[in-house]
Design a protein around this ligand. Structure first.
Ligand code: ADP
Ligand code: MG
Length: 564
């Protein structure tokens, strides 16, 4: 139980970022991969889909057109044959100008042998009187047909054959008429037959190649001649308007079951158009090739999405592992630097402690009556002073160390950055600098706004850097130049000296705790590491530039206002 807990703490520690960070990172990876891989795929799929559907539409049109063409040819052939059947009757040498009823019946049975569509036949004179009749409606025998359309057309036109539209007529039954005329001697004669359109429809249906299409027939006036029950009834108005100008064509008609495509063709022998229309339901979404290609594309995209998610998951796992390794390395480095720190402290504190022990031992000897020393008060003061100095030095080191280790709280106030620098130069350093041969030059940017910072801490930093500068110049002549300026939303404090400068090797180590090039007792190597901690705590940065034997420049970059 305890072990479990410990392990959990360590592994959580080892990951430098929380789960939210990785979730965000994963989201970004997915976005990136979506843009690189998915976007082109989507464009490709949409393009092909568009092209494919266009192609499909065209081929569907062509298909309907072919059906209409084929059926129209069949129908034309049917009409020609029926006409020839009639012509054969009148042209037969046996045909008499005044046929008897039995002869008429024979003719009819001959015709019905050729086609079941024939219903009856009649024989007319030029006045429109039916002279002879055979068929199921003998009551019509002596009727006068003078005013019937087919009769007037036949008598007035040059054409000696007529095929009518479908109509009800005297018998109130759906039929249409084929009539042929002959002039025998001085007599004008007409033989006409009526046909059952449904028989004709059966005939074309039997030749059917329509498959998923419905076919029907309309006349020039847009009236159904023959039509399946679902669409309408003969002699009703047809919603499709077929162009009379073209012999064939395509179109689309709105129905209550959606828009339906059709192809049409006008017949040669009659004023009828044959229309092949895609059957409703034949275009149900899942059966069309378009939808199949949509489904395939969707599956393709789904696979791509799955691959991307899977890949993103793996990337996150890899990143986590890398972060973990890095965190472990950092942890190890920290441990190592703690070790260095400890040995540094030991080294630094050992000297003053040795002094204290030595002096304290001497004092003990002096005060031991066994040795009979006399205590010189001046000597005593001096030795105690040495002890105190060494103790102060120890305290100094531990203080700096504490500041380095502990996250100090800052006391943030509005300050003029120049007051802070002046405070260091004039009050803290003043006399020392004045007696040396070092010149301090200040050039300030007066337009800088106030800085929200911790004045004491910042003074500490400036003091450290100026002290280092004066150490670098040493006893010789030299100059320290302090300038302030603005960089974006930061104030830039630049402190340059004309001192000994640093090698690049030294430059790399200046901020490390206990790195010093100064003799024992002079430098602790903590000044810059402490300063670095303070400036980072204030939200700023320290930059350093140096050239051996020429000089060094430290730059403090501090935000006017700290981001929270
Ligand atoms: P210390 O001053 O106690 O040595 P610091 O951390 O202040 O410790 O400085 C570390 C080291 O960096 C110094 O010992 C010195 O070698 C180098 N250094 C710092 N500032 C300067 C400078 N202005 N010119 C040359 N060397 C410098
Ligand atoms: Mg220093």
């Amino acid at each position: 139980m305890n072990k479990e807990k410990q392990r959990a703490v360590i592994s959580a520690d080892a990951l430098p970022f929380n789960t939210e960070h990785y979730r965000e990172w994963r989201r970004r990876q997915i976005m990136r991969m979506a843009v690189t891989y998915l976007a082109p795929l989507v464009i490709l799929v949409v393009y092909f889909q568009y092209r494919y559907i266009g192609l499909e539409k065209d081929s569907h049109r062509v298909h309907l057109g072919t059906i209409a063409e084929h059926q129209a040819n069949t129908l034309d052939l049917f009409m020609s044959e029926r006409r020839v059947n009639l012509v054969n009757v009148v042209d037969h040498p046996r045909f008499s100008v005044q046929p008897l009823s039995e002869e008429m019946s024979d003719y009819l049975s001959d015709l019905r042998r050729a086609s079941e569509a024939f219903v009856d036949i009649g024989f007319f004179d030029s006045a429109g009187v039916q002279l002879a009749y055979a068929g199921p409606h003998p009551s019509l025998e002596s009727r006068n047909y003078r005013n019937e359309d087919w009769f007037t057309t036949l008598t007035s036109a040059d054409d000696n054959c007529v095929i009518t539209d479908v109509y009800l007529g005297f018998r109130q039954q759906l039929h249409f008429t084929i009539a042929v005329s002959r002039t025998v001697g001085d007599r004008f004669l007409i033989l006409r037959a009526t046909l059952d359109p449904w028989r004709m429809y059966e005939y074309i249906e039997s030749q059917q190649m329509a498959g998923d299409a419905t076919t029907y027939i309309v006349n020039r006036a847009g009236v159904y001649q023959l039509v399946e029950e679902e669409l309408g009834r003969p002699l009703e108005e047809c919603p499709v308007e077929v162009s009379s100008e073209e012999t064939y064509g395509f179109g689309e008609v709105e129905s209550d079951r959606g828009s339906l495509k059709y192809g049409f063709r006008w017949l040669r022998n009659t004023e009828w158009a044959l229309i092949a229309q895609s059957a409703p339901g034949a275009e149900s979404f899942f059966s069309t090739p378009q939808s199949r290609s949509v489904l395939v594309s969707a599956a393709l995209l789904l696979v791509a999405v799955l691959v991307i998610f899977n890949r993103a998951g793996k990337l996150v796992a890899q990143q986590k592992e890398a972060d973990q390794t890095r965190a472990q390395l950092e942890h190890a480095a920290k441990l190592a630097s703690v070790g260095e720190l400890a040995s540094g402290i030991a080294h630094e504190i050992n000297n003053p402690l040795a002094v204290i022990t030595e002096e304290a031992g001497l004092l003990m000897d002096y005060t031991d009556p066994q040795f009979g020393h006399t205590l010189d008060e001046e000597d005593l003061r001096q030795r105690l002073g040495t002890i105190q100095k060494s103790a102060f030095r120890c305290r100094d080191i531990t203080r700096k160390l504490l500041r380095f280790v502990r996250k100090t709280d800052f006391d943030l106030q509005e300050h003029d950055v120049h007051d802070i620098i002046d405070g260091v130069i004039d009050d803290l350093l003043g006399p020392e600098i004045l007696v040396s041969s070092i010149g301090v030059e200040r050039s300030y940017d007066g337009s800088l706004p106030k800085l929200r910072t911790d004045a004491n801490q910042l003074q500490q930093v400036v003091l450290n850097i100026v002290n280092n500068a004066s150490d670098a110049i040493g006893d010789g002549k030299g100059e320290i130049r302090i300038t302030t300026s603005r960089r974006d939303n930061n104030v830039l404090i630049s402190i340059s000296d004309t001192g000994c400068g640093m090698t690049s090797d030294q430059l790399e180590k200046v901020f490390l705790p206990f790195f010093t090039t100064k003799e024992v007792g002079k430098g602790t190597g903590l000044g810059l590491s402490v300063s670095y901690g303070i400036v980072r705590g204030l939200g700023g940065e320290i930059e350093v530039e140096s050239a051996k034997d020429i000089g060094t420049t430290f730059r403090l970059v501090l935000p006017f206002r700290q981001k929270r």
